[in-house]
Design a protein around this ligand. Structure first.
Ligand code: ZN
Ligand code: ZN
Ligand code: ZN
Length: 345
């Protein structure tokens, strides 16, 4: 009898069964492409700026330079490269009077969903998704993430800023124009909170950042996807998705606010290379990615920001929803080997 492996996440109290009995190869998940026809007008395309709320941040192309601005009263410039707008149906909305946490979180079980919910339009080109984007444009995207993080994290009622991307209808993207979302919340959500708490515990025990430790181990191991001077990309030990990978910067920092221009560009390049490998390997699958970070100054020494990428190649059903335990039919070591081969090809 050969047993499946039960693996626990580096930090979270989350278990996954690596069920390779079915011995599926990552390429078995290659997507059948159904032509997605876009009906009607895209509200995020150039020329349709009037169809959205006014932009809170714009990167404008002006005389060969980038100018940062926002939409004004009846002025909606069309020469933008990046455009950030409030979500038309926000999950979290700003409230100008609530400056303090006590006015937002009324009890242990109740609060108001005060914060921000933004859509970041990544390019004037409808289909310029990261796997295919030109590097200068992708660099602007990462810079825009950092700018929004700076702005939103400075607000007194914001405790967390979630920056994420849904790609493909099956991953929850209702608009096909290349875009990300940013949600600023008045509490730290469960997964980042658990990561921060576990990182603190590790730091107290070992006087070392747990992610710096993970980087060291994964760089030499069978789950490595990519290693360059700025980042490592690897399939995490307890991946819950086939072909899941994380991008972790080598420089220790709790969030992206201190990144230099060169580091922003290097991160954009790593992101593009990894997402391109995923696209080439399994025919452009839907995916979600999201940053994990901390804006709490106390976490500076023990927390380490990173990006997690979850390809949507399997569907979670009753067991996962019922237990919070996962079944992954592809070994992370196999996922990493396939991604590595695709990058080197
Ligand atoms: Zn569009
Ligand atoms: Zn670290
Ligand atoms: Zn994480």
């Amino acid at each position: 009898m050969v047993y499946n492996e039960l693996r626990k996440d580096y930090l979270l109290n989350r278990w996954v069964v690596i069920a390779t009995e079915r011995s599926r190869r990552p390429t078995d998940f290659a997507q059948q492409k159904t032509e997605q026809t876009q009906n009607g007008v895209c509200p995020l395309c150039v020329g349709n700026e009037h169809m959205t709320p006014p932009a809170v941040m714009l990167y404008l192309k002006q005389n060969g330079e980038i100018k940062k601005d926002r939409d004004h009263e009846d002025m909606r410039p069309k020469n933008w490269l990046i455009r950030v707008i409030p979500n038309l149906y926000p999950a979290f909305s700003p409230y100008k009077y609530a400056e303090y946490r006590e006015e937002i979180m009324k009890s242990e079980y109740f609060g108001y969903a005060i914060g921000h919910h933004e859509v970041l339009i990544e390019s004037p080109n409808h289909n310029e998704n990261p796997a295919d984007a030109e590097l200068p444009q992708l660099t602007l995207l990462v810079e825009a993430y950092v700018d929004r993080l700076r702005d939103l994290s400075a607000k007194p009622y914001v405790q967390y800023v979630s920056i994420f991307r849904n790609y493909g209808r099956d991953a929850g993207a209702s608009l096909s124009h290349a875009h990300s979302q940013i949600i600023a919340t008045p509490i730290v959500p469960r997964i980042p909170a658990e990561e921060v708490a576990a990182s603190k515990k590790f730091y107290d025990q070992h006087q070392k950042c747990v992610f710096c430790d993970i980087i060291e181990k994964e760089t030499d191991g069978p789950r490595l996807v990519l290693d360059n001077p700025h980042s490592v990309v690897f399939a995490p030990y307890a991946s819950v998705h086939p072909l899941e990978f994380w991008v972790v910067p080598k420089k220790h920092a709790a969030n992206m606010l201190e990144l230099s221009k060169a580091e922003i560009e290097a991160f954009a390049e790593t992101l593009k290379t990894s997402l391109k490998a995923l696209k080439d390997l399994v025919n452009d699958p839907p995916y979600n990615y999201g940053f994990h970070l901390s804006i709490n100054r106390e976490a500076r020494d023990y927390y380490h920001w990173h990006l997690e990428v979850y390809p949507r190649l399997s569907i979670w059903a009753g067991f996962e929803k019922n237990t919070g335990m996962y079944i992954n039919t592809v070994k992370p070591e196999t996922s990493a080997a396939e991604l590595r081969k695709t990058i080197q090809a």
